[in-house]
Design a protein around this ligand. Sequence first.
Ligand SMILES: Cc1cc2nc3c(=O)[nH]c(=O)nc-3n(C[C@H](O)[C@H](O)[C@H](O)COP(=O)(O)OP(=O)(O)OC[C@H]3O[C@@H](n4cnc5c(N)ncnc54)[C@H](O)[C@@H]3O)c2cc1C
Length: 534
Amino acid sequence: MTATLFNQSYSPTTGKSSSPGPVPVRKVVIVGGGSAGWMTALIFARSLIERGVEITVLESPTVPTVGVGEGSTPWLRGFFDSLGIEESEWMPACHATYKCGITFDGWSTKPGFERYFHPFASMLDNLTMTQFVHNAEARINGANLHAHPDRFFIAARLAAKKRAPKARENFPFDIWHGYHFDAVLLGQFLHRKALERGVRYKSCHVTHATLDDKGSIASVSTKEGETIAADLFVDCTGFAGLLIDKALHTPFISFAENLFNDAAVAIPSPLDGPIPSETVSTAFKHGWAWKIPLTSRFGNGYVYSTKFCSPDAAETELRERLGLLDSAVEARHLKMKIGRVTRHWNRNCLAIGLSQGFIEPLEATALLFIQQTAATFVEFLEKGDLSEEAHQRFNQRVNDHFEGTRDYIVTHYKTNTRNDTEYWRANAANLNLSDDLKKLYSTWMAGKSIAAGVSQQVIGKAYPVFSWYSIMAGMGIFPDPGDLRSPTPSEARYNMSEIDNLLDRSEVNYPDHREALTAMVPRRKDPSLQIYFW
Ligand SMILES: Cc1cc2nc3c(=O)[nH]c(=O)nc-3n(C[C@H](O)[C@H](O)[C@H](O)COP(=O)(O)OP(=O)(O)OC[C@H]3O[C@@H](n4cnc5c(N)ncnc54)[C@H](O)[C@@H]3O)c2cc1C
């Protein structure tokens, strides 16, 4: 199955080579046992262990993982599929739920646009996408047509009704869904899987790296007294960046001038009633809050800027919104370093995860970066090319993905119309935009199609065309909102009730979310029954 709506199509077989040849490394050491360390270990193991490469994960017994990161893009499905791990195995183990997309609530104040849904693509969207883009383009030219994205996408419907994005057996329209999961349980699950697949593990605290005469990493030393050499070192030490930053001093490009948030506070809350199949991202006074449903609880967190709000004030605002002001449940405060390193692959060191960079969690893209960086590196290794030119091509690819994603995230803030705090006003007034983004906005506001521009530019490498139309139309960004004219017959050629009808008929083929989650739990064998039938 290939989801055709994304410019990067995904196939479950990606990354597996049919005739494994030798690769130019024999020993890989991954420092860090968070999601980045274990995802990288599994992606590497799949291709490299059968080629005789030894892969070892070193994890500090004293430095905890970041412990957050509960939402994903649909790419995580490709990760598990490519490893041959069934949903029925990993989802219950990680208290995971399905994700149809994200609702953005309160980011715009424009009447009718206070809320919109950023959907994950579905095959059914092939039947409604043209109509959405057509109406949005007519609307930016002043025609009075319905252009809010929510009525055009099946995923928006399913999320609103708390249905699962898993069609019943006889309905052949798949949805490219994401997941929500408990980050700590996911780390433990991946750890177990990696060991099963031949990855080695050592609990030890790395104190420093020794460089060789060319400036590459020769070995790392541990507090426990060991010196560990390797051909390739992968830095998965999170924001610490022990190897890529502290040892190799790779320059870091901060995104602080266009993404202001640098902190978060997280508080769980009990699950009540049906289980939603979406993340909700609600605009707060100085940032936004996520609400993520797991099968065991909600994960909540407020992402904010310390320039505009203190950690105490952020915690109080989040507690108030959750009705947990007097609750003893503990809040976790986190700092975030927003930006990216210039070279994710520097000499014989590869940075993956928070050590390579982070673009705040608004679209839950961090695991996708981990996955793509690791999988792309395997591609390069399989070609056997570790030249300087290969380094440059690799870094360009990863950097383009970072920049394109950053621009999409920046657009959420730039297009906000809130006026209630200095934080939102500063975001709307922010002029630190990439050239691609400036061009996209001016094309849109001139009433022209942005489709071709998105596909040709770096911004199109991160998000597909329909995501750009969804955000612009969903936030109600139109050149002349107060002065709409009647559409021409050609502009009005699509009938909204036909679209409603199509989605009404389709929606019933997707089960209730809780029902889908329950049905998936692997059946346990009842020992008494086994004995009886024996
Ligand atoms: C507030 C917030 C919300 C987020 N939400 C999302 C989301 O919704 N979706 C998403 O995809 N991502 C999200 N992320 C990002 C996501 O959490 C991370 O990308 C992911 O968990 C990977 O982290 P990591 O493995 O790079 O680092 P960490 O989890 O910090 O792991 C670092 C590892 O390095 C080890 N280590 C550190 N120092 C040493 C040493 N000296 N010696 C040996 N080992 C060492 C530690 O023991 C640990 O095992 C979020 C991040 C934040 C901050």
